[in-house]
Ligand binder design. Structure first.
Ligand SMILES: Nc1ncnc2c1ncn2[C@@H]1O[C@H](COP(=O)(O)OP(=O)(O)OP(=O)(O)O)[C@@H](O)[C@H]1O
Ligand SMILES: O=c1[nH]c(=O)c2[nH+]cn([C@@H]3O[C@H](COP(=O)(O)O)[C@@H](O)[C@H]3O)c2[nH]1
Ligand SMILES: NC(=O)CC[C@H](N)C(=O)O
Ligand SMILES: [Mg+2]
Length: 531
């Protein structure tokens, strides 16, 4: 399968990632300023950078110390490229230490780590002489968030100090001639309230980046890009689950090429109560998308028979998705050249990390990993977007709020929420319990404040008493988490009164359940799903 996604030629700020936990936050903040930016490895080559129309460079923070053996550094030829193109540079934390390392400054291990809030004071004389970098921040001391152990002990050649804190004599530096700036603190986190203003001073005023990154006009640009890629007669097939990403991608494709887009929903019997009909209804009737629903419950149940191990479940489901999708592609009367995928920017970011792949905790299954023999070219219209941008785009495309704010739902569906062997009976129990739980969650206004919420059927039985009789039945665990990125999550502090309503309704209305428990584990160390 070949990836034909062209390099975007939108003007952009390039963020060189030195491995900070906050690099993606820098990108989020810059985009909130309506400036397009992308992340690159800190080891990016001139060849890669020169493919883009760059307005400036941001060097992120990172866990290393600049003089340490093996510490990452911007390639010398990239520095030359930056200089030749006269690109402004902003170094954040390690990024500023990298400026010092490169331009004859000095970095030392601080006596103590500085972690947390700090007050920044600006040098009055230097502040006025920094091209407006500190505009709006010079009137009084401002609060920032720090996270470092090393610090600058000598200002690099050609730079002046423009601000300091109690612990960092050189908290901000500037080289006006080159338009290079360095800050020891992190402007991208919310604990630096004026951080966004500082980033705006840099990317908008100093880099002069266009501020046209706005989902309203981007929708039209994306539609145009899809049309150009597919041509006047090309056909595209896409797997659509009804989740946010695939619904928005489908709506975009439909706008771009109408009925030449063939959307396929696989009803694998692992969906939530009434979900297949709801998705077909929503996409077909509401958005006018040509959506074909394939009922394959029996094949999925057969593939899962006797399987208890979570990874095996995921693999069986993933493979069957591919088989079915391939069968469906063969049934379309037109030659299909393209495959739609809902890849988002975080997936792309993961693949550029210079730190290498992280340990596989779970194999996340997406449909679309089709065999090479199909020779489909990929269309990934959302590959530049973060999830909240996808949501915004969805609203612009007229997808109703309800589906734009849907909780994510995993590809293997309820199969990983029926612990142990998956049976039709188990699926029906968890489906009913889940429907009650979500209904109450919505009714009491907690759906939007939870990132994800669902029921899990445990593979144990417990003793109960109902109507004076002994029962020996199943246990449902309810799980609700608050999270912004699904990488970490807190268990949701649900009001006890609401838990009482949910528990009593599930026990009374779902046959086969006599006990409900609430999951109070955070991620890490637990994961969001149980399998
Ligand atoms: N039942 C299904 N039928 C067809 N395609 C599916 C199904 N389940 C998952 N997919 C495909 O797998 C992709 C990945 O699923 P994933 O859950 O990550 O995204 P999503 O469903 O679009 O959005 P969300 O993350 O909000 O649930 C989907 O975009 C869709 O292409
Ligand atoms: O498309 C998907 N295919 C999968 O196989 C899969 N497994 C987990 N998830 C979702 O990913 C997020 C993080 O889940 P975990 O904390 O359980 O790893 C949560 O949102 C999970 O629901 C999946 N999504
Ligand atoms: N957050 C960072 O970029 C830290 C940089 C460097 N490792 C330090 O401790 O000072
Ligand atoms: Mg989904």
């Amino acid at each position: 399968m070949t990836d034909i996604t062209p390099v975007t030629n939108r003007p952009q700020v390039a963020i060189l990632d030195f491995g900070s936990q906050y690099s993606h936050l820098i990108a989020r903040r810059v985009r909130e300023l309506h400036v397009f930016c992308e992340l690159y490895s800190c080891l990016v080559t001139v060849e890669e950078l020169s493919k883009h129309d760059l307005t400036g460079i941001i060097l992120s923070g990172g866990p290393n110390s600049v003089y340490e053996e093996g510490a990452p550094h911007v390639r010398p030829e990239v520095w030359k490229f930056i200089e030749d193109k006269k690109l402004p540079v902003l170094g954040i934390c390690y990024g500023m230490q990298e400026l010092a390392y490169t331009f004859g400054g000095e970095v030392s291990r601080g006596v103590r780590r500085e972690y947390g809030k700090a007050m920044v004071k600006t040098h009055k004389e230097a502040a006025g002489n920094s091209l407006g970098f500190l505009n709006g921040l010079m009137e009084e001391d401002f609060q920032v968030w720090m996270s470092h152990g090393d610090k600058l002990t000598k200002t690099p050649v050609g730079f002046v100090d423009i601000a300091y804190t109690a612990n960092s004599e050189h908290a901000a530096i500037a080289n006006v001639e080159k338009k290079y700036f360095g800050i020891q603190f992190h402007p991208e986190v919310t604990h630096s309230p004026l951080g966004k203003k500082l980033l705006s001073n840099f990317v908008v005023d100093i880099c002069k980046s266009p501020t046209d990154w706005d989902m309203r006009n981007i929708a039209d640009v994306f539609i145009q890009e899809v049309r150009e890629k597919v041509g006047p007669h090309g056909h595209v097939i896409g797997a659509v689950s009804g989740g946010v990403d695939s619904s928005v991608a489908a709506a975009l494709l439909h706008r771009a090429i109408g009925d030449r887009f063939h959307a396929v929903l696989i009803d694998n019997g692992l969906l939530r109560l009434g979900e297949a009909e709801e998705v077909v209804n929503r996409l077909q009737r509401h958005l006018g998308i040509n959506l074909h629903c394939i009922n394959a419950e029996d094949r999925f149940l057969a593939a899962l028979k006797g399987v208890e191990e979570p990874e095996t479940k995921r693999k069986r489901i993933g493979n069957l998705f591919i088989d079915l999708f391939q069968e469906e592609a063969a049934r379309i009367n037109h030659p299909v050249d393209f495959l739609l995928q809902g890849t988002l920017y975080p997936d792309v970011i993961e693949s550029i990390s210079y730190k290498g792949p992280s340990a596989t905790i779970k194999t996340h299954h997406n449909v679309g990993g089709l065999p090479d023999t199909m020779h489909l070219k990929l269309i990934e219209p959302l590959r530049e977007l973060f999830k909240d941008e996808v949501r915004e785009l969805g609203m612009v495309l007229g997808i109703e709020e309800e589906s734009v704010w849907r909780h994510p739902f995993p590809g293997p569906g309820l199969a990983i929420r029926v612990l142990g062997e998956v049976t039709k009976e188990g699926l029906d129990i968890v489906r009913q319990a889940d429907a009650i739980f979500l209904e109450e969650l919505r009714k009491h206004g907690h759906y939007r404040s939870t990132g994800q919420a669902f029921c899990v059927l445990l593979p144990v039985k417990s003793v109960g008493v109902m109507g004076d009789g002994r029962t020996y039945e199943k246990v449902i665990a309810i799980r609700a988490v608050s999270t912004s990125d699904f990488m970490t999550a807190d268990w949701y502090h649900m009001p006890h009164e609401l838990l009482a309503i949910m528990s009593s309704r599930i026990i009374n209305e779902v046959r086969g359940v006599n006990r409900v428990v609430y999951d109070i584990s955070s991620k890490p160390p637990a994961t969001i799903e149980w399998e």
